[in-house]
Design a binder for this molecule. Structure first.
Ligand code: HEM
Length: 556
């Protein structure tokens, strides 16, 4: 059985196992190369069509005897680990994997895989189980992955030892203070929203209360100073030219440190409101469909200016004068995504290689020792556990650009390819007062009927970095609106840099005392100083960037 801790562990373990099995004629049952015994494999391909495994297979023919007998008896093709490892998807070879005693030809499926072809390739020639346990979405998906993979079965795996013990990849997660601050949507990997009353307690979200959206087990980094970040150039001819590798300790010492108050918000925040307002979205039927307003928080982030670091690494090269460049961020967990370079270089928004939140080193869930922080941009692009930065001429093939986190603009084609990646957060206001209890399902939020009550929440302008001009509250379904009191107490943390205009990416607090004895709902909407208004009826969308009026139901 495998026992691995992180992505590198999975890779190392798989490489080791494959290397072992590649040696022909190993003295263990069924470990020598063999080929299908039946004349035609389940996939319809003839035995002769199979690649170089044949040579090994015939050389080791005597050890195939048992497999052959078994295969003849069951009527299905039998393959050893060596057969599979040779179908590694490289240089035009087929792409095979094993799974629970079966052998699967994923050559065609790789192109359709929602997680992208590159990820499937990393499992090519070996077992899929460790990868599915690492990218655990496979067992939580709305799509039945077992039914999906079944379509690609071509035979049995003669070397399978029958061991289905799960690999414990999530046994080194950080210790967490979840109770009374988080609503947990999934535990492995952790996906939480902050419980609204907790967000309402203080304008600055504490690190242990901030929502968590992990995609895989949390990497462990022992030394912040010694942690290395590689800076790479990607060109059509050479996908990986290492320009510099910088130790975080040196990066902090060499570059002036900046402090930026900013909201961090998941693109899918308010998924439940979105579904209610526009009909089913990509989140319907998933663990996110009950998500309230708590996948957002506001911190004071500290770190080195991303623009500054990129200039010092790539500035001397002519590519930096080209237009339409992208910068891709990779985390130690294997997650990666890209943004236009102009966003990273925008002084107005002060993107960071952040090492601190609210004056403390980042905690493990939020990317210790370093993460990207992109004010005004969806949280999915602020990659945690930063290990590599790639400057490239195209958006790249990250599934989290190519398939997930898409923004559909009105009138645009419906194919994924034609949809732009979600980037810009829209203006937003949310009510944080909540009479529901955390034990109620999902992100429940409602208010008990009242003659007079202090209601409060937050508002922010998102990508524009404009200030919030006003927040209004309606208790009669939008027939009339009352202006709330807005307090901007986090602006003081913005760096005093009079030479440059700075955006407002933090949130402000709004408060209003009002009665809503006969109301059905209380509505909230915000206006930015640039004229952006939260819409009454947002257009249908894939599930991201919802910013319709926040409507909180009244009960009792
Ligand atoms: C036959 C084999 C496979 C099938 C049928 C399959 C199926 C899927 C499906 C249905 C999703 C979408 C899940 C969702 O969003 O609900 C997905 C996502 C993904 N897959 Fe696979 N997959 C396979 C193999 C692999 C392998 C071998 C890897 C990695 C080496 C991989 C990595 C990923 C990743 C990274 C995602 C994105 C998950 C996330 O955002 O957390 N997949 N896959």
């Amino acid at each position: 059985m495998y026992r691995v801790r992180n992505l590198n562990g999975v890779l190392a373990e798989l490489r080791m196992l494959r290397a072992e099995r590649r040696s022909p004629c190993l003295p263990r049952p069924f470990t020598t190369a063999s080929v299908a015994i039946t004349p035609t494999m389940n996939s319809g391909k003839s035995v002769a069509a199979c690649c170089g495994a044949l040579a090994l297979a015939y050389a080791c023919a005597e050890s195939n005897f048992a497999a052959e007998k078994l295969a003849l008896a069951s009527g299905s093709a039998m393959y050893t680990a060596d057969d599979v490892s040779l179908r590694d998807g490289m240089e035009g070879r087929e792409l095979w994997v094993t799974y629970h005693g079966g052998v699967y030809d994923l050559t065609d499926f790789a192109k359709e895989h929602p997680g992208g072809a590159a990820f499937i390739k990393s499992a090519a020639g070996g077992a899929i189980e460790p990868w599915w346990q690492y990218w655990k979405k496979h067992s939580q998906s709305k799509v039945d992955v077992n039914a999906l993979i079944a379509k690609y079965k071509i035979g049995e795996h003669s070397d399978w030892d029958g061991d289905t013990t799960p690999i414990e990849l999530f046994d080194d997660e950080p210790s967490r203070n979840i109770e009374h601050q988080h609503l947990v949507m999934a535990e492995q990997p952790l996906e939480t929203e902050t419980w609204t009353p907790r967000l309402n307690e203080q304008l600055l979200t504490s690190a242990d209360a901030l929502y968590v959206r992990n995609h895989a087990p949390v990497p462990r980094v022992s030394s912040a100073d010694g942690h290395k970040i590689d800076f790479v150039l990607h060109t059509a001819d050479d996908p990986e030219i290492l320009m510099r590798s910088i130790q975080l300790g040196n990066l902090i010492k060499e570059k002036p440190q900046k402090v930026v108050p900013s909201v961090l918000q998941c693109a899918g925040n308010r998924a439940a409101d979105n579904i209610k307002a526009t009909g089913p979205t990509g989140f319907s039927g998933s663990e996110f469909e009950t998500m309230g307003v708590g996948m957002a928080g506001c911190g004071i982030w500290g770190g080195a200016s991303l623009k500054n670091v990129l200039e010092s690494v790539y500035g001397g090269y002519s590519i930096m004068r080209e237009k339409n460049l992208w910068v891709e961020f990779h985390g130690l967990d294997g997650y990666f995504t890209s943004i236009p370079l102009e966003v990273a270089n925008d002084c107005f928004r002060d993107a960071l290689i952040a090492t601190h939140m609210n004056g403390e080193p980042l905690n493990r869930d939020h990317g210790f020792p370093a993460r990207i922080l992109l004010p005004g941009i969806i949280g999915a692009r602020s990659v945690k556990w930063l290990s590599k930065v790639v400057l490239r001429r195209s958006e790249g093939d990250s599934p989290w650009n190519a398939r997930y986190y898409k923004a559909k603009l009105p009138g645009e084609a419906e194919t994924l390819k034609d949809m732009p990646s979600a980037m810009k957060l829209p203006v937003q206001s949310i009510m944080l007062t909540n009479d529901a209890s955390p034990s109620e399902p999902g992100g429940s939020q409602y208010l008990k009927r009242s003659d007079s009550r202090l209601l409060s929440g937050v508002a922010y302008s998102g990508f524009s970095g404009d200030s919030i001009a006003k927040v209004e509250v309606s208790t009669d379904q939008g027939l009339s609106w009352n202006e709330a009191k807005v307090t901007d107490s986090l602006k003081q943390f913005q760096e005093d840099d009079s030479s440059k205009e700075k955006g407002n990416f933090h949130w402000v607090k709004w408060e209003l005392t009002t009665g809503y004895k006969d109301a059905k709902e209380v509505w909230v909407r915000a206006f930015s100083s640039g004229g952006e208004i939260q819409p009454a009826e947002p257009k249908p969308n894939p599930g991201y960037l919802f910013n319709g009026y926040h409507k909180v139901p009244i009960v009792g």
